[in-house]
Design a protein around this ligand. Structure first.
Ligand SMILES: [Mn+2]
Length: 508
């Protein structure tokens, strides 16, 4: 049985390795001084600088930080965010066709832009790549003027930072080089959104930055953060960013254009920001609708060990659909959307199953692929689809039953008498929770004393264990309640009633 002391011990063990509060210095990133000197020269010579971003939250935040940083002192400057559907990801030869620049800086992309780097060289455009993605190999990098990436910087102590953090570091180096007086803490609110949205571990420097950033976000110091606060009307935590804020910002790039999220983040006016936020909210509802329709259409062959589904699906949501399938069927899944040239899609994995390795082993029948252990992207010709399905279903057989699990972080059984405001305070100390520092969950058995239907299939309960009574909530529950239940839960606080409540995740 757990006690408060034991919980505190478990959680502080997780945190220990990350108590280094001093951020690594920017100069530990390779090439950053070379890059900032080149940018300084561009500013002095009034050269045209173009920043190329990305359409996901990390890419849009990176672009916004660059925009807000530069607009204070330089105007021959432009942000270009590619269109997911027309131009695809990153700095590509196609995107270069519409860029006129003397100096190009990529943010959150570029580490695999070999072709584009070559074209830049031919055209006499200097290219500075800033990225956090893993390079093909450290001796096979695009031929750029400078490459700033923690993963190509042996001296940088922490590799798991997002693209926006690299961009933020570039601003720090520039501030130093050009003796500017911009306060870089100003960007921490949006930076924390990028760290969480890009699923970076909330340890080490990320934990420090996210804690500071969330405080700023909640103080609503900018029109964008004021709009978010006005919409949710509560203290926003890392989980709210992950499940409420990030999906709305991402929706722009998925079903419309990421420039909407960009305009929202850089907005200088409260009313405009709030209007853009409502627009993002509407687009996110549309995204959910598209997703629901696809999920209803999909037919799964339950005998497959590796799910591969294809169809005329909206390209922007295939990754989300893949992760829904993984959660529903507890199997790795790839969802492909039909294109003019064949199929293009995304895969997601679970447990110990390395999806990237399996896809890489099929590279002879793929037109392109990339990713990591838990997620991948791929392209293939129509005629190879059948082979891909066969191969992946064969390869997945090497894994044992225990390799297929959805990660869960149940600390143990927690008696009701330990659940009080002091426990809630202890749990709060170790925030923010998320990747690398998962939110603690517990199990308990209790008697259901009272059931109150909140709305649809959401309920409020009163539970008892010996002579302790506690309120609880459960969402999306479609069955009947037994008199005694065993359940998995997290500990929350109901601001409205000012009381501790259990958030039931699953009845066991
Ligand atoms: Mn990123």
């Amino acid at each position: 049985m757990l006690t408060k002391d034991k919980i505190r011990r478990i959680l502080s063990n997780r945190i220990e390795e990350l108590s280094s509060l001093n951020l690594p210095h920017f100069s530990l990133l390779n090439d950053i001084t070379k890059a900032s000197l080149r940018i300084k020269k561009a500013v002095e010579k009034k050269e045209k600088i173009v920043v190329v971003g990305d359409y996901d939250v990390d890419g849009v935040v990176s672009s916004s930080i660059m925009h807000l940083f530069f607009k204070n002192f330089y105007d021959n400057f432009e942000i270009v965010i590619p269109d997911r559907f027309d131009e695809g990801y990153g700095l590509s030869p196609k995107l270069l066709e519409r860029i006129k620049a003397d100096l190009i800086i990529t943010v959150d992309n570029g580490i695999t832009s070999f072709e584009a780097a070559k074209i830049c060289k031919e055209k006499g455009i200097d290219l500075i790549i800033t990225d956090h993605h893993t390079p093909v190999s450290c001796d096979n990098l695009p031929k750029a003027y400078a490459i700033v990436n923690p993963k190509t910087s042996p001296d940088f102590p922490f590799k798991e930072i997002c693209g926006a953090e690299v961009a933020w570091y570039l601003c720090a180096a520039l501030k130093h080089q050009m003796k500017l007086n911009t306060d870089l803490r100003e960007f921490l609110d949006m930076l924390s959104i990028a760290v969480i949205a890009d699923v970076m571990p909330l340890t080490h420097m990320n934990r420090t930055l996210v804690n500071m950033g969330l405080k700023r976000l909640n103080r609503a110091l900018k029109p964008f953060s004021a709009a978010i606060k006005r919409f949710f009307q509560k203290e926003l935590k890392s989980e709210d960013i992950a499940f409420q804020v990030a999906p709305r910002l991402n929706a722009a790039g998925r079903v419309s254009h990421a420039s909407l999220a960009f305009r929202f983040l850089i907005s200088q006016n409260d009313e405009e920001a709030f209007k853009l936020w409502l627009e993002l909210d509407g687009i996110n509802n549309k995204r959910k609708e598209i997703e629901k329709n696809i999920l209803e259409q999909i037919k799964i062959d339950e005998s497959d060990g590796f799910l591969v589904v294809e169809g005329d699906f909206h390209e922007g949501v295939v990754g989300i659909i893949a992760s829904r399938l993984v959660h529903r069927y507890k199997k790795p899944a790839i969802v492909l959307s039909k294109t003019a040239e064949g199929y293009k899609g995304s895969g997601r994995s679970l447990g110990n199953i390395d999806i990237f390795e399996m896809v890489e082993e099929c590279s002879d029948i793929l037109e392109g692929f990339g990713g990591h252990k838990m997620a991948c992207g791929l392209k293939l010709k129509e005629k190879n689809l059948k082979f891909l399905k066969e191969k992946l279903n064969e390869k997945v057989k090497k894994y044992q039953k225990e390799d297929f699990y959805i990660e869960d972080f149940v600390l143990g059984e927690l008696p009701f008498k330990e659940i009080d405001y002091d426990l809630y305070e202890i749990l709060k100390e170790f925030e923010p929770y998320g990747e690398g520092n998962p939110k603690p969950k517990f199990t308990a058995e209790a008697k259901v004393e009272y059931v109150y239907n909140l709305k649809d299939n959401h309920y409020k309960l009163v539970l008892s264990q010996e002579d302790c009574f506690l309120p609880a909530v459960i969402f999306n529950f479609d069955e009947d309640f037994e008199e005694y239940i065993k359940f998995k839960f997290s500990v929350g606080f109901n601001d409205y009633n000012n009381e501790i409540q259990l958030i039931i995740e699953e009845i066991l």
